[in-house]
Design a protein around this ligand. Sequence first.
Ligand SMILES: Cc1cc2nc3c(=O)[nH]c(=O)nc-3n(C[C@H](O)[C@H](O)[C@H](O)COP(=O)(O)OP(=O)(O)OC[C@H]3O[C@@H](n4cnc5c(N)ncnc54)[C@H](O)[C@@H]3O)c2cc1C
Length: 465
Amino acid sequence: MEQHTVAIIGGGPGGYVTAIRLQQYGIDTVVFEKERLGGVCLNWGCIPTKALVKVADLFSELHHVEEFGLSIENPKYDYAKIYERKNQVVEKLVSGLEFVFKKRQIPVIKKAVKAFEKHGDSYLISTETSTIQASYVIIATGSKPKELPTFKIDGENILSSRDILRLQELPERLVVVGGGVIGCEFASIFAQLGVEIQIIEFLPQLISTEDEEISKRLAMALKKTGIKIHLNTAVESWKSANSELQISLSNGKEITTDKILLSVGRAPVFEIECKNFEINIEKDAITINNNFETSQPNLFAIGDVTAKMLLAHTASKQGLLTAEIIKNRIVGTESRIEELRYENIPRCTFTNPEIGSIGLTESQAKKQYDEILVGKFPFSANGKALGLGNVFGFVKTIADKKSNKILGMHIIGPQATELIAEGGIIIQSGMKLDEALKIVFAHPTLSEAVAESIEDLEKMSIHSM
Ligand SMILES: Cc1cc2nc3c(=O)[nH]c(=O)nc-3n(C[C@H](O)[C@H](O)[C@H](O)COP(=O)(O)OP(=O)(O)OC[C@H]3O[C@@H](n4cnc5c(N)ncnc54)[C@H](O)[C@@H]3O)c2cc1C
């Protein structure tokens, strides 16, 4: 029987990053992947959507070139070409990753793992055709779209995020059920390409995990693009009639559309039989401790399947730390791995305008601290943003008044998803206000808005009133 030190189930950003790091440590590792390396992220998530975001944003910009003294008459697009470019971006990245695996001689078994079995101190991992033995196993099997009792994904009328990325022609109308990150990103992309969009969100705000003020600004911007937003509203049922889809809403209204995108969250995927042992699972997610271990020794889980924070960079970071823990166990050192603090992981939403955030929202900070400071700076007072012709939004920084520790940063506006890396450094290093004020931000840059929002914590921002 084939034997390996580590077996990783799932080659997404959790599994593949971990495999490369283990190989760098010189640890023999095998990856099982039933589809393609890169997982949802590279094939059906982060990367193809961001290829579309670029085109949608560019197309919108073309409609506003006159303010720059340029003229383009009647900009048009060919969705078949946009679709093709998106696929090329994915292909380039995934084939590049496959090349990296080949070069590094990391074996990939392109089969679904069906069963696990404990075998002394190690594990037997079986696909339909073969079994291998490994001393350590990392489960990185990801997640799948959730459904509603009356809204089941059928790939024809009710689409998942994967289905919608497969459409080669855009519908005239699209109803997005669920105004979370994925729903809002698709709504923003397709609205900019001229699709009539309605978002139905059960909760009182879009992207409920974001700061309320940021979320309100996002709603304002999406409405400007022509998107209709129904908050505090549930979808109840749907039917197909006269070649259109009719949806009944909880507020008694009926709306019609051509397609429905169901984006009501994602559920962990773990469809593997554990033959002679059990692992703890809560609400479909594999339970892990701070060392990413399941309830069984040397059996780890990382990424979406743990439902800690369904983001690619969370999966990768969990994996890198797991690789370090396994290496330490193999070489017998007990060096302590610093605990992963999920609240210090940045969250990005690639709508137009973008959102980048980290740490506590204003309402969370108010609940946890006696008194807080809030500093804000609008992009409308930032020279670079003015030059770019993109001044919608602001940077908001939150600190504890007593200790002056920076607790959160929330950005909506140009390059917010890049700018939030600065918040990441500030918050991860536990900086206080006086330390953050020592940083010199280059001029003229959007990052000066970050600096001024920090200065505004003491109402000392130079360019705001
Ligand atoms: C539309 C969309 C856009 C997104 N955009 C972003 C974004 O911009 N930024 C961001 O951070 N996150 C984004 N995400 C989330 C991100 O894709 C996930 O958080 C990330 O992919 C999780 O990584 P993972 O390794 O845990 O799982 P996955 O990427 O889901 O990979 C799991 C892999 O395991 C394989 N697998 C499952 N079961 C088995 C089995 N039994 N045997 C063998 N292989 C198996 C699957 O085929 C899959 O390839 C997006 C998600 C979607 C759907």
